[in-house]
Ligand binder design. Structure first.
Ligand SMILES: [Zn+2]
Ligand SMILES: [Zn+2]
Ligand SMILES: [Zn+2]
Length: 136
């Protein structure tokens, strides 16, 4: 049998292992904790304020108002509009201030809305890639 030393406590262990059984336990526990911490951080970076905003009553009311004012017509192609787009994305500081500003809104069909965001994404790809799914 080939022996080597535990990476952590330097106790002799048999070859294919990296840690002795005690250290293995500690290392695994730390890994779990690290993962949890990392996930926490990740969740924090995906700010729930946008999600909360889209679920908020003022936004839903404003969206309805905008859609009915446009008679549910896409401002781009005149097909049925079902979505309201923020011209200045609410993920930006400026856009957040304008999130309930009627003039910052555009009634769009699904197609045109997707196009809007693709165009937006290619212009500022890196910056907004991770937030893209949150932008409506
Ligand atoms: Zn050990
Ligand atoms: Zn359209
Ligand atoms: Zn949008």
């Amino acid at each position: 049998m080939i022996y080597k030393l535990c990476r952590r406590c330097k106790k002799p262990i048999s070859h294919p292992q990296v840690y002795c059984s005690e250290c293995m336990l500690i290392v695994e526990t730390n890994k779990e904790e690290y993962k949890r911490k990392r996930d926490n951080k990740y969740n924090k970076s995906r700010d729930p304020k946008y999600k909360n905003f889209y679920n908020s009553k003022p936004w839903k009311q404003l969206k309805e108002k905008k859609l009915s004012a446009e008679q549910y017509q896409c401002e781009e192609c005149s097909r049925l509009a079902v979505e309201v787009h923020h011209i200045k994305p609410i993920q930006t500081e400026e856009g957040w201030v304008l999130r309930l500003d009627y003039d910052n809104l555009e009634a769009l069909c699904v197609n045109c809305h997707n196009k809007r965001h693709k165009r937006f994404q290619s212009r500022k790809r890196e910056l907004d890639n991770k937030n893209h799914q949150l932008i409506t």
